[in-house]
Design a protein around this ligand. Structure first.
Ligand SMILES: [Zn+2]
Length: 218
C-alpha cells in the first residue's frame, strides 16, 4: 500500500519527496518524519474533534485506529487533536468515537464496557482492528534494518516480548519500505528473532524508500 504524501515535491535534511516517492535518509526516525508530514498536510491549529483552536505545542496526533489494536503511525491514520479529545478517545477507533460522542452519559458507560470486552477478545484471537488489506505476512529473514542495534532499549524489548508472550501476536504490525527495510516497529523484529518466529505482520509502504546509500555521508 502507499502512505499518503503531499502532492508536491519536498526536500529537507531528513527526507525528500520526489514524484510521489518518499526517500528517507538512512538512520532518521520515520515516526518523526510522519508526524511532520501529517501536520504539514492536516494543519497544526485546530483540534479535528472539538474544532477548538490549539496552541502549537499543545497539539497531539491521534491514531484514528489506535495503537493498542494495531493502528500504524502513517499519515492516513493520524489526525491533529487536542490533549483532552485524544485522551477521551483513548482506545476507540475513529468510528467508535463518533458513535460514543452521540451517546448520553449513561449510554457511554455501557458502550465503553462493551468495547473493552470486545478489544480484549480481538487481542486474544489475534486479529487487528485495521483494514486487513493493509497487512502482509513477511518472512523475518527477508527484512533488512537500518537501525543501529547498539541503541536497543531493553525496556522496549521486554514490553514487546511480554505482549507477544501473552497474546502470541504483535500489538502493531511492522512498517517496511518497498525494499523491506524496517521503518518502524523494529522491536517486533528483535522479538521475532529471539523467539524463532518465521513470519511477522507488516505494512509494506510501496512509495517509501530508505536511502541506504546516504549512510556514508551522515
Ligand atoms: Zn479537541
Amino acid at each position: 500500500m502507499n502512505i499518503i504524501l503531499p502532492t508536491k515535491n519536498v526536500k529537507t535534511k531528513d527526507f525528500r519527496i520526489v514524484d510521489g516517492i518518499l526517500y528517507v535518509r538512512y538512520g532518521k526516525s520515520f515516526q518523526n518524519i510522519v508526524y511532520g508530514l501529517t501536520y504539514f498536510m492536516k494543519g497544526r491549529t485546530f483540534c479535528y474533534y472539538c474544532k477548538k483552536k490549539v496552541a502549537r505545542n499543545e497539539m497531539t496526533l491521534d491514531h484514528m485506529y489506535p495503537r493498542s489494536t494495531g493502528g500504524p503511525t502513517i499519515t492516513q491514520n493520524l489526525i491533529p487533536a487536542c490533549k483532552d479529545c485524544n485522551s477521551q478517545k483513548s482506545y476507540m477507533t475513529f468510528e467508535q468515537y463518533k458513535t460514543y460522542l452521540d451517546l448520553s452519559e449513561q449510554e457511554r458507560t455501557k458502550y465503553l464496557a462493551k468495547l473493552s470486552v470486545f478489544k480484549e477478545g480481538i487481542k486474544n484471537i489475534g486479529i487487528y482492528e485495521i483494514p486487513n488489506s493493509w497487512i502482509t505476512p513477511v518472512l523475518v529473514k527477508d527484512i533488512h534494518t537500518a537501525i543501529d542495534f547498539a541503541n536497543i532499549s531493553e525496556t522496549k524489548f521486554q514490553k514487546v516480548k511480554s505482549y507477544y508472550d501473552m497474546y502470541h501476536k504483535f500489538q502493531v504490525p511492522m512498517l517496511l519500505d518497498r525494499n523491506l527495510y524496517s521503518l518502524d516497529g523494529f522491536y517486533v523484529l528483535f522479538v521475532a528473532k529471539a523467539n524463532n518466529i518465521k513470519y511477522v505482520p507488516a505494512i509494506i509502504l510501496d512509495n517509501v524508500e530508505i536511502n541506504v546509500n546516504s549512510k556514508e555521508k551522515s
